[in-house]
Write a protein that binds this ligand. Structure first.
Ligand code: BTN
Length: 272
């Protein structure tokens, strides 16, 4: 055996490419139409451009690097090149625009499922779109819709998963502290099998959603937010109370000190 093969940690075989992703894919349609870009502005922007030009449901855009990765509430999504899974899936569910949170629900549950199966990690969901472990964020989901009136034309479901990154490489100003899979398990995690497991789990859940199965009860059971004292910040008024549950459309229900109930559809929730 050559000397260099005996020394030092072995690199994780981790290159993404259209061929490598397709080779191990078990899905029927999700990811079968795939655009891999070494670098792009934002996979969500690419996917929206494609969706507006008729790209089919199930098409995936994935990148190693984003120069303008976007998060919720007009924030930036930061990820050093090659450190993460950064992808956007075009879906065309038979939902009304107000029900779009159901797409975030199936993405969150598919991520949870893939992480349990591939990495052995138990991950919680934090309302409305975060995946967390011990209070630190490991992934986020950004679902953006194209609609005409009451008809949803497409949903771009963007997912950013911190795989092999050092949280110290991220800006210090993040609202929720960040973590990554490698930080949590203590070794590098190959992205390819994780991506393939994620796409398989998401396809199953999307087919079930299209068949009329609501992900609501499974999603709400996974929410670490429910039952906790919370602070809600922007875009509406600042609120404090107890998160008592989520309604059918995924809005957070918060009981305030005066006994009234607030329905929150957007904002940042801090767990106290
Ligand atoms: C959030 O937690 O605020 C959502 C983050 C979503 C980030 C992903 S990375 C891939 C896709 N492309 C983007 O520009 N954003 C999403």
């Amino acid at each position: 055996m050559p000397l260099e093969a005996q020394e030092g940690p072995q690199p994780v075989p981790d290159s993404l490419s259209t061929q490598a992703i397709a080779a191990g894919l078990t899905t029927t349609f999700l990811g079968r139409n795939l655009l891999y870009r070494p670098a792009t502005d934002s996979t969500n922007d690419d996917a929206r451009w494609l969706a507006l030009r008729g790209a089919p449901a199930g098409m995936v855009v994935i990148a190693d690097h984003q120069t303008r990765g976007r998060g919720r509430l007009d924030r930036r999504w930061h990820a050093p090149s090659g450190s993460s899974l950064l992808l956007s899936v075009i879906l065309r569910p038979a939902l009304e625009p107000r029900q779009v949170q159901q797409v975030t629900m199936i993405c969150g549950l598919a991520l949870v499922e893939a992480l349990a199966a591939q990495v052995g990690l138990e991950v919680g969901l934090k309302w409305p779109n975060d995946l967390v472990v011990a209070g630190a964020k490991v992934a986020g989901i950004l679902a953006e819709v194209g609609a005409s009136g009451e008809c949803l034309d497409y949903v771009v479901a963007g997912m950013g998963l911190n795989v092999n990154l050092d949280p110290e490489q991220l800006p210090g100003s993040l609202l929720t502290p960040a973590t990554s899979l490698s930080r949590l398990v203590g070794h590098q995690v190959p992205r390819l099998p994780l991506l393939q497991a994620l796409l398989a789990a998401l396809e199953r859940r999307y087919v079930a959603l299209e068949g009329g199965h609501s992900p609501h009860s499974e999603w709400s059971a996974r929410l670490v937010t429910v039952g906790r004292r919370v602070q809600v910040r922007g875009p509406g008024p600042f609120l404090e109370g107890v998160a008592i549950g989520v309604d059918d459309d995924g809005a957070l229900l918060v009981r305030l000190a005066d006994g009234s109930l607030e329905r929150i559809i957007a904002g940042d929730v801090l767990l106290q």
